[in-house]
Ligand binder design. Structure first.
Ligand code: ATP
Ligand code: MG
Ligand code: MG
Ligand code: MG
Length: 439
């Protein structure tokens, strides 16, 4: 992408409305634009990052055996009347009427709709286990939308729903998502800690919120420090192995971690002063086993091996991609701007032409740009007439992991400079060596 032809409306000043660094940086870099309270457009730079986050989420969901579909944002109120949640949900639900005066709503979540899809076509235990997911916009009329897309009213959610014959099978499905989540957040460059969360009347140990520690987080959390050293399950983890997944779950839930709603002061105090952490955190994911809560009122049953009808056991599993993007920035920035983890960076590298119009600079940059693109890299080519200082500041601000700097003197000697955004380390390499290194 040539910067001169791109749409990246960078702000010179820090926007006043932004209270936290991620919101400030997303506005400054032109990643997002607010359209009305808690409702955002994702501009091209932001969209690139969001797509990369979604791609990783999708890969890990698929690896764990979940199957993607797509459900609409607008739902009929009828389904929610069946489950009993139409009245219960309260003011967070945006209720709409169509021209026939039928009550509709903008979905805040999809348990009812997926249960309807399931009951209309699955009749036998032989079709189980089944886990269906989509990545779709949700709307919740939050009482206090704030921090940009961190807590917005319209936001993206990956929501998966599992269906099983028995509770034991449902726990295995739960563990699949638990492991998928550990891998997903790790690949996004985040250390997320699974914390026991409230399960409501169902009880048990089967709801976890995945929390990123950050001073600007809205949740109060308490945990053991040892999470930092836990190994992330490998890509070749056998998701069909019941015992294998259970042992990963057991390991990751063996030490204390709870949000304030579930906090047990006495259990926390047992941990030595040096090993415990009370901090703030951002909820980036939430997984939940809720048994027959929806299958019962909505009549989602399958025939079991015994020939009888059984209510299916369900779970739901959410991740917030549009919250993850600012959460990644909260975890990875400095005073000059964002430092994207390579896995989600909007571009893999930025080629900075220090003197457009200079034949050497132009030829060298074109060569680099073409070579990197041919190698499948996402490259931003700063071919603008901006001053050198502005170009460097922009490159630092938008946080592309590697900057390739082509100035007239270096280019004349057949060289370019590489700068690592995160460490600030610089090295001068021949043009061939630079291409080899980056492809
Ligand atoms: P919160 O406690 O922050 O209000 P929640 O518990 O209501 O979140 P869930 O119903 O568990 O959210 O939804 C699953 C995921 O969707 C959350 O873990 C979060 O990542 C994301 N999410 C929820 N609400 C929002 C929002 N208003 N803006 C952005 N992402 C959200
Ligand atoms: Mg909420
Ligand atoms: Mg919550
Ligand atoms: Mg939650």
């Amino acid at each position: 992408m040539r910067l001169s032809r791109y749409f990246m409306p960078i702000l010179k000043e820090n926007p006043k409305e932004a209270e936290i660094v991620s919101h400030r940086l997303m506005l400054r870099t032109g990643m997002i634009r607010q359209q009305s309270q808690g409702i955002y457009s994702w501009l091209p730079l932001g969209k690139r990052v969001l797509d990369k986050v979604n791609a990783i989420i999708r890969e890990e969901q698929n690896r764990a055996g979940a199957i993607e579909l797509s459900m609409p944002t607008l739902q009929s109120a009828e389904l929610w009347q069946e489950s009993g949640r139409y009245e219960d949900y309260g003011k967070e639900m945006l209720r709409i009427r169509d021209r026939q005066d039928r009550p509709m709503l903008y979905g805040p979540t999809n348990e009812e709709m997926i249960t309807d899809i399931f009951r209309s076509s699955v009749k036998s235990y032989k079709s189980l286990p089944l886990n269906l997911y989509h990545i779709q916009l949700k709307f919740r009329d939050e009482i206090r939308p704030r921090f940009g897309t961190m807590r917005s009213r319209e936001f993206l959610m990956k929501d998966a729903y599992s269906f099983d014959l028995t509770q034991a099978d449902a726990i295995h499905s739960y563990n699949k998502m638990f492991v998928a989540y550990l891998r997903t957040f790790d690949r996004l460059g985040l250390r997320a800690i699974p914390m026991r969360a409230d399960t409501g009347p169902i009880g048990g140990n089967h709801s976890h919120e995945f929390i990123i520690l950050a001073d600007t987080g809205e949740s109060e959390v308490y945990c053991h420090k040892s999470f930092v050293d836990f190994d992330i399950p490998a890509a070749d983890t056998d998701f069909d192995s019941v015992d294998g997944l259970q042992s990963i779950f057991d390991k990751w839930t063996s030490v204390y971690a709870a949000t304030s709603e579930m906090h047990d002061e006495a259990a926390f105090d047992v941990i030595g002063e040096n090993d415990r952490l009370s901090a703030r955190g951002i909820e980036v994911g939430h997984i939940f086993y809720f048994g027959t809560k929806y299958s019962e009122p909505m009549g989602a049953k399958v025939q079991g091996p015994d020939g009888k009808e059984h209510l299916v056991h369900m779970g739901s599993y959410g991740i917030g991609p549009t919250r993850l993007v600012p959460a990644i920035i909260e975890a990875s920035h400095d005073e000059n701007g964002i430092m994207w983890p390579a896995s989600v960076a909007p571009f893999d590298a930025v080629v900075i032409n220090m003197k457009p119009g200079d034949e050497g600079c132009d030829t060298t940059c074109d060569r680099l740009y073409t070579a990197l693109q041919n190698a499948g890299k996402d490259v931003l080519y700063d071919d603008t007439d901006d001053r050198a200082g502005t170009k460097f500041a922009t490159a630092d601000l938008i946080g592309v992991p590697v900057q390739v700097i082509a100035g007239p003197r270096a280019v004349a000697a057949g060289e370019v400079e590489l700068k690592d955004r995160k460490t600030g380390a610089r090295e001068t390499l021949t043009i061939e060596a630079a291409i080899n290194k980056l492809t």
